[in-house]
Structure formats: structure tokens, C-alpha cells
Design a protein around this ligand. Structure first.
Ligand code: ZN
Length: 380
């Protein structure tokens, strides 16, 4: 049995207006496993009545979270996979001319990526920081960075995980040259209805709109130059560019009504998603025959909750990094390893709606397997 840790909760006021008039939006308890530990997360999503920023309060204790991330499999939350390199480079190239091209610092990254080899051509020095020691990075902790002044600081899908936003921005400010640029990508609240991933991921402690993010960053002396969903490297977020500037307190934004609606639309999609999962899960449980589940991601994780015996299931993903996605049980297999299972299966569950047509075509071409339309379950 793994050790079980319930992450303690800490009081938290609004990072934007520092108000504490908070309205409950959605709370739940969930469990997850890392290498050595089983973790209990309690998630309390609230909205600030004064400004409309949505975050979790009380919030998960930062130190425990760091322990959790350090013990995680790097691929568990899908953060390290599946982004558009070209979009990242377009944004970097656009702003490179505004600063010198010496030092690029990325928080929350693994150096061994195609993206970083493209950056090698552009910068004299690349530095990455990532709490997960399984990644091949330069540093594990932002506090270890001393005497570094970066021309560009980037953090892609990091800030929604950060409990102490103020401290994070202050450190970024210290690490950035005066004429430097900070690039930040986060999930966008107005996409939650369409893509629920960022809403249901229990690790997320902040839910941003461009306005709330700009306003919070201004509290710590960062001015947002622009933001864009088109050039974000993932379809559910927005990229924003910041420069150092004077501190601007109280931007007076009030997005309470609009943000609450956006969050609630997201929750309706979560309800639809859960109903769909329930139906498919029941079908899997009732079947003795082989079922293929294609793609290991958070949807798959959700689907497997409450399924005790996975004997009739084979989980397939073309990405070898996902082998231990479920902590090794069930193991995620590459297509070529399970040709026989694919051949013997009489149903398939696809946990990636956007790629479902390609996946079915691939299976047909590669293994000559064609499923009955009634035996194809696509989770949307
Ligand atoms: Zn507020």
C-alpha cells in the first residue's frame, strides 16, 4: 500500500484585488497516485465578488504540491506533450528584436524537446527550471537561480498551477532584464465550455481571463503588451506578452457576472462529459470481450475510475512516454506491441475526439482492423 497524504489547505485572498468576499463555484475531493504516494486533493473553486477572478480558496499547500509534482510522472497531466512549436516560435521571433538574444529562461520545462533545439539556434544560453527531477532540466527550483538575468522568460501552462502568484511574479521580475520580455500561456476561462480539461484538472488553482491576468501582473510591475488565442501553443489557452513597468494597483476590473457564467458553462459541459463516461464505463464493465482504449490522457484516467478489473481492456497510445501514465497499472502499450489484442477486440473507446477519424484510419491501414459503427465509442 502506498502512503496516503491529504494535502492541507491554506487560507487565500484574491490575488487581484486582495478582497476576501468569495463566492463558492464548485468544490470536490479527488484522489491521485504518484510514484510513492496516494494523494487526496480537495478543490474549492471560488470567484471574487469584487473583481471576478476565479481561483481556489482555501488553496492546496504549496510545499505539499511541490512534493506531489516532484513525485509525479512527467507525462501525467499531459503538460509536456502536444503543443504547437511553430506558434511558440512566432511569438518569440516577434519579440526577440526588442531585447538581446542571450539568455532564454523557461519555467516548467524539459530541455529535451524539439522546441528547445529550435531555441538553441536563437539564444546563447537556455535555462530551464522544472520541479520534476525526471525531466532533464538545468534546475529544479526557481530559488536556485542566482545571478541570472534573462532576456526572455517563458512559462507555458505553469501559472494556473501556481499558488503564490505574487511571489512567482516578483521572482520573474528579479530574473528578467529591464528590457526583457515575459511570455506566459495559460488556459482561457472562455474556452472551458468547449474544452473542459483545464476546468477538471484538480491541480489547477487559478482560472484566468486576459483581463484578470493583466490586472494581477500589473500589481507586480508587469504590463501586458498583448494577448492572443491564435498564437497560443495549445487550443484551450491564450498567450500573453509582458514587459517590466511601474506597479499599477487596482485596475478596477469587474468581471464577476461574465466570469461566473463562463465557469458555469464549463460545469455544464463537465456534466455532459460525466454522463457520457458513465455510459461507456458501464459498457466496459459488462463486457468480457476485449476492448481497446486508444490514447492515455486525463479522460482515460477519468474513465478508468471505478473500473476494478482491467483484464478485458488494452490501453494503447502511440507515444512511448505514456507507458507508465497510470502508474504502470494498467500499462499503456504501443500499437505494435498489441496487434493481437487489436485484432481480437470487438469495441474501441477513443479518448481524443479531435483525432478520432485519424486514429480509426490508422488502425485500419496498419492492422487491417475495421470496427462496427456501433462498437466505436468516442468521448467528446
Ligand atoms: Zn478580487
Amino acid at each position: 500500500m502506498k502512503e496516503q497524504i491529504e494535502i492541507p489547505l491554506v487560507k487565500r485572498k484574491c490575488d487581484n484585488c486582495h478582497g476576501d468576499s468569495l463566492v463558492d463555484l464548485w468544490n470536490y475531493k479527488t484522489m491521485t497516485k504518484t510514484r510513492s504516494t496516494q494523494w487526496v486533493f480537495r478543490v474549492y473553486n471560488v470567484i471574487c465578488k469584487n473583481c471576478g477572478f476565479i481561483f481556489t480558496s482555501p488553496v492546496l499547500n504549496q510545499e505539499y504540491l511541490l512534493k506531489y509534482y516532484r513525485d509525479s510522472f512527467s507525462a501525467v497531466d499531459g503538460q509536456t506533450l502536444d503543443y504547437d512549436i511553430q506558434n511558440r516560435l512566432i511569438v518569440i521571433d516577434k519579440y526577440m528584436s526588442e531585447c538581446s538574444n542571450n539568455v532564454y529562461l523557461e519555467i516548467g520545462a524539459n530541455l529535451n524537446s524539439k522546441f528547445h533545439s529550435k531555441l538553441q539556434e536563437r539564444f546563447k544560453q537556455l535555462i530551464t527550471v522544472e520541479p520534476n527531477p525526471s525531466a532533464s532540466n538545468t534546475y529544479y527550483d526557481i530559488n536556485e537561480l542566482k545571478n541570472i538575468k534573462a532576456d526572455i522568460i517563458a512559462h507555458y501552462f505553469v501559472l494556473e498551477h501556481v499558488v503564490e502568484i505574487g511571489l512567482f511574479f516578483k521572482r520573474c521580475k528579479n530574473l528578467l532584464k529591464d528590457d526583457g520580455i515575459m511570455i506566459c500561456e495559460v488556459p482561457s476561462l472562455d474556452k472551458y465550455e468547449e474544452i473542459i480539461g483545464p476546468l477538471i484538472l484538480f491541480e489547477h488553482v487559478n482560472h484566468f481571463t486576459p483581463q484578470t491576468l493583466a490586472s494581477i501582473a500589473a500589481n507586480y510591475g508587469f504590463k501586458m503588451l498583448e494577448h492572443s488565442t491564435k498564437f497560443c501553443s495549445r487550443p484551450f489557452g491564450f498567450v500573453s506578452i509582458f514587459k517590466k513597468d511601474k506597479i499599477v494597483l487596482d485596475n478596477g476590473i469587474n468581471e464577476y457576472e461574465v466570469n461566473k457564467k463562463l465557469f458555469q458553462s464549463g460545469l455544464r459541459s463537465v456534466g455532459i462529459f460525466n454522463d457520457q463516461i458513465k455510459v461507456i464505463r458501464t459498457h466496459i464493465k459488462d463486457q468480457d470481450n476485449k476492448i481497446i482504449i486508444w490514447v492515455a490522457n486525463l479522460i482515460t484516467l477519468k474513465l478508468l475510475e471505478g473500473i476494478e478489473s482491467t483484464n478485458n481492456i488494452t490501453i494503447v497510445d502511440v507515444d512511448p512516454n505514456k507507458k507508465l501514465f497510470f502508474d504502470g497499472s494498467p500499462e499503456v502499450r504501443l500499437p505494435d506491441e498489441v496487434i493481437e489484442d487489436i485484432d481480437n477486440s470487438n469495441a474501441i473507446v477513443i479518448c481524443s475526439a479531435t483525432h478520432s477519424i485519424d486514429i480509426l484510419a490508422y488502425i485500419n491501414k496498419q492492422f487491417g482492423k475495421c470496427y462496427d459503427e456501433s462498437a466505436i465509442y468516442i468521448i467528446r
